[in-house]
Design a binder for this molecule. Structure first.
Ligand SMILES: Nc1ncnc2c1ncn2[C@@H]1O[C@H](COP(=O)(O)OP(=O)(O)OP(=O)(O)O)[C@@H](O)[C@H]1O
Ligand SMILES: [Mg+2]
Length: 226
């Protein structure tokens, strides 16, 4: 019996119809990513990296082709099923952190739990994940603007983890950080990979890509090598 990969793209294209003609941001991409892989996505500016991540994160849908996650064709799911998959299966980490400015660090991490369970967290899980990334109780009371970039990214990682997703999508997670802080964030990702997470990471930095076990090279919306 063959089991399907965690993520499968079959002949996926993302086409923008512009007056000047069609732009293939992704051009017939076929790709499998297995559970617990650590994959880097590289390629020049405009090669389709963010477009690919947006498909994987179900933030966008392919124009043609099939994207399956956990063996399910994303296009055939209802909106509610897609929302649940985004909430429960996928964690997002971005270069710009995207923390909610008016909430404390703690409340930012608690927020996905409130979305899921419709009540404040009484399990201590938000606290637990903040501890795991090295944000103590005093720091958790701070708003994002009162934290350093590295601390904000730690909070963002705790927020991405709190609903225990299988997949972590990271778009330039160290792009706004100095190299030492960047290495600390990469150490956290390496540890998460060891605990069984599937990690997909976009980076321009070959040193960051070295942490991954496979690199997918995009060029003009196509997979140029992997
Ligand atoms: N909304 C849009 N409308 C039209 N074209 C778009 C749109 N979004 C992206 N594109 C085009 O799709 C291609 C891929 O863009 P994408 O943002 O995925 O590149 P990228 O590899 O992430 O680049 P970068 O390294 O600069 O972030 C580019 O040619 C871009 O101009
Ligand atoms: Mg991009």
């Amino acid at each position: 019996m063959s089991t399907s990969p965690l993520i499968r793209l079959e002949d996926v294209s993302k086409i923008y119809h512009l007056e000047s003609g069609d732009v293939y941001a992704l051009d017939h991409v076929s790709l499998d990513i297995e559970e617990n892989e650590f994959v880097a996505i590289m390629g020049p500016s405009g090669s389709g990296k963010s477009t690919l991540m947006n498909q994987l994160g179900i933030l966008d849908v392919p124009t043609t082709g099939v994207l399956s996650i956990e063996g399910r064709d994303v296009a055939s799911m209802t909106n509610l099923e897609r929302t649940h998959m985004r909430r429960d299966v996928i964690g997002y980490i971005f270069q710009k952190f995207y923390l909610i400015p008016l909430l404390s660090a703690y409340e930012n991490v608690e927020y996905p739990l409130i979305l899921k369970y419709k009540k404040r967290d009484t399990t201590g899980r938000a606290r637990e994940y903040l501890n795991a990334v090295g944000i103590d109780e005093a720091m958790s009371a701070h708003r994002p603007s009162q934290l350093s970039g590295g601390q904000q990214q730690r909070v963002a990682i705790a927020r991405a983890l709190v609903n225990e997703p299988k997949i972590l999508l990271c778009d330039e997670p160290t792009g706004n950080l100095d190299s030492k802080t960047g290495r600390q964030i990469m150490d956290i990702l390496v540890h998460l990979h060891e605990t069984g997470k599937t990690i997909i990471l976009v980076t321009h930095d070959p040193k960051v890509a070295d942490y991954a076990h496979r690199t997918i090279q995009l060029e003009d919306g196509r997979v140029a090598g992997s």
